[in-house]
Each structure stands twice: as structure tokens, then as C-alpha cells.
Design a protein around this ligand. Sequence first.
Ligand code: CTP
Length: 391
Amino acid sequence: MSIILGVTSSIAAYKSLELVSKLLKRGLDVEVIMSENATNFVTPECFSALTKHKTITKTFDKNIHYEVEHISLAKKAEVFALVPATANVIAKIAHGLADDMLTTTFLAADCPKLVAPAMNTKMYENMITQDNLALLKKYGIEIIEPSVGHLACGDTGKGHLADIDDIEDAILQALCPKPLKGQKIVVTAGPTKEKIDPVRFISNHSSGKMGIALARASKHLGAEVTLLLNRDNDLRLPYGIKVERFDSVNDLFELSLKHFAKADGFLMCAAVSDYRVKHYQDEKIKKEAELHLELEKTRDILSYLGAHKKQQKLCGFAMETSKNDLAYAYEKFKHKNCDLLVLNNLKEEGAGFKGDTNIVTLIDAKGHEKLELALKEELGFVIVKRLMGVE
Ligand code: CTP
């Protein structure tokens, strides 16, 4: 897959080297076009050394066939990303100016385009720049918003180039076919936490990784994604999704209800506590010889959703440890009225909570299928596609 990366003259230009290296590691082909001023910050040779392509800077470069170069590059591109984009280049492309190799190729390309601005806060906030960005959005160009940070000019404010991981994710999303465009997917992930007293709680070892992978896959496939995630989860999240946080089973139940009615797909990947203490202690419980906690059952959220579902495709998960795992999982599939149930057994090497891989068995109305050990990131795509019936 071929990506054109346009680099313009911002101090953040050096971060594009990291971006190129990340994209190359994904097996993608990257060609770089720099504005002439950008070469004051990073040399074209730095990019060439990574991409193994000549970095293009001039329209009238004697070593290339300039008559056709911008058109052939533009045709080849599957994504055009402008990182970092200065106020100047944003103004030019918003108005169709094409006075160098970068802007000419940008205008000629009809693939998905992304623009990641980086500039001084005042320049970014200026109505002229904001109007230009609004124009680009109107033309279907995705703007990867800059973040707030300490800027090279000494100011602190919005204008800092977005996180490189987010930009990479946005580029990968742009490359992916979008069979779920227009659909709403909700994913729950991570453990619930039930307070015992102000100091202690009941929870489990769930890391939330599988759920985050499902949210990422759903977003890549074009869905509008809401991730309901445990509050203290600090893992990196996919670019462009909505996130709402929960602590207790009750919080998660409320949030699930809030989003369920409009969802097309709902994946209940959170590890929900089955019990909570009957009487929460307002003061720290002091130690004694023995402590007996009275527990009561929490609400089974998935069963509730299964009993009330209409258009929603519902996916449940079963975390088992026993040899009887398949029978237990079939039981959950039926009782909780799921369209798909994903079984994983904690005792299998490579499966379970913390790692980056999993071994799952998919159960649906047709039967079950055990998949081989795979990265959670890859399994996310398989599960979401299977649930939503897309390829
Ligand atoms: N689940 C839920 N609400 C609960 C407990 C579980 O929504 N109170 C959901 C989980 O998110 C998962 C599925 O039900 O999608 C199965 O969860 P699991 O813990 O494997 O099974 P349980 O129904 O809790 O049964 P057991 O603990 O006896 O295995």
C-alpha cells in the first residue's frame, strides 16, 4: 500500500521521521514530498534513507521527469498525509493553490487525505486558519487536531503536532475498507470495581486489551465507536473513538443502557464482577482475627441486554478455566441471548487477560469454531466482522 507523506516547515518536521519508520514497520510503502522550507529543519536524505525512495522537494528537479511526476505519484497514492502542516500550506491547499511539487501533487491526488497541523497557537486560532481548516473538512479532508503543549516559540497552547501514534492510527484507518460505515458499535472493556470500604475493593485481572482491540477494529472498519472503559485504564486508545469511563457494575449498567438503544453492535467484553458487598463501610475496616463480608449478586448486564435487544447484534465473552469450558460457554450463549459468544480459557498458554495474544472459540447459532493463537489486535477484526456479518 502506498502512502504519500507531505512534510512542511515546522519544527515538528523531525517527528515525521518517526512516523515514516512506524509506517514502514507495518509493511507500507512511503514516499515523501517536502516543501523547500521544510528542508531547513530535516534533510531530504534522512527520509530517503528510511523510505529507500528519493525524497522530492523541487518541481523542476533535473533527476526526475517533472512533467508527469506529480500526476503519477498522485495516482499511486492510497493515502496522502500532510504531517506537519503549516498555516501557509493549509491556506494554499484550502484554496487550490499549486505552486510546488507538494501542493500540486496534493491537488492532483483523489485518495483519502489527512492534514495534521502544527504551528503557533495564535496562528492556529486565527479565524483565517480556522476557516481554511473548515474548508478542508468540507472537502472531505480529515484534520488530525493538534494538541495543547509547550511550543517551540515559548508559548503554551494548542498547536502542538498531534501524537504520532494517533497520526499513524488515522493513516491506517484511512487505508482500511469501511463496511461498517454509518453503523454504531459499543464496546465495553476492562474490570469493574466494587468498593468494600474507602480503601479496598473487589475487582479482577482484566487489562481491557481485548476490548480496546475490538474498538480499534470497529473504528478501522468505519463504525462510529463508543468504548465504555474502566476509569483507571491508561492504555493507549485508538484514534477517533468516544470513551466513557466506569467504576462499578452499576455505572457500567447505566452507561450500557444509555448507548444500547441506538447501537447496531454491542460487544460486552468487560470483566464484570458477579458480587458486591451488601453493606459498604464508610470507614476503613479495622483488622480483627477474622473478617466476614456479606456479598450480594450484581446485575447481569449482558443477560439484560440480551432480553431487550432489537436491531442490536450482541456479542458476549466467556472467560473460563475448566475443561468444561465449551459447555459453559454454550450455556452462556443461549441464556444471555447472544448473537456471538467468544470463549477463552485462562489456562491455555497465550490466552487470557494481560497478554497481547489470545486463543478464542467463536460460538454462534451455526456452531463453534476454535481459532489459532493470534494477536488481540488481529482477533478484534475477526470478531467484529463475524458479529456484524461483513467481510
Ligand atoms: N457479564 C455481565 N454482567 C455480569 C457478569 C457477566 O454482563 N454481572 C457478561 C460479561 O461481560 C461476559 C459474559 O457476561 O460478556 C460472561 O461473563 P463470565 O464472567 O464469563 O460469566 P458469568 O455469567 O459471570 O458466569 P460465571 O462467572 O459463573 O462463569
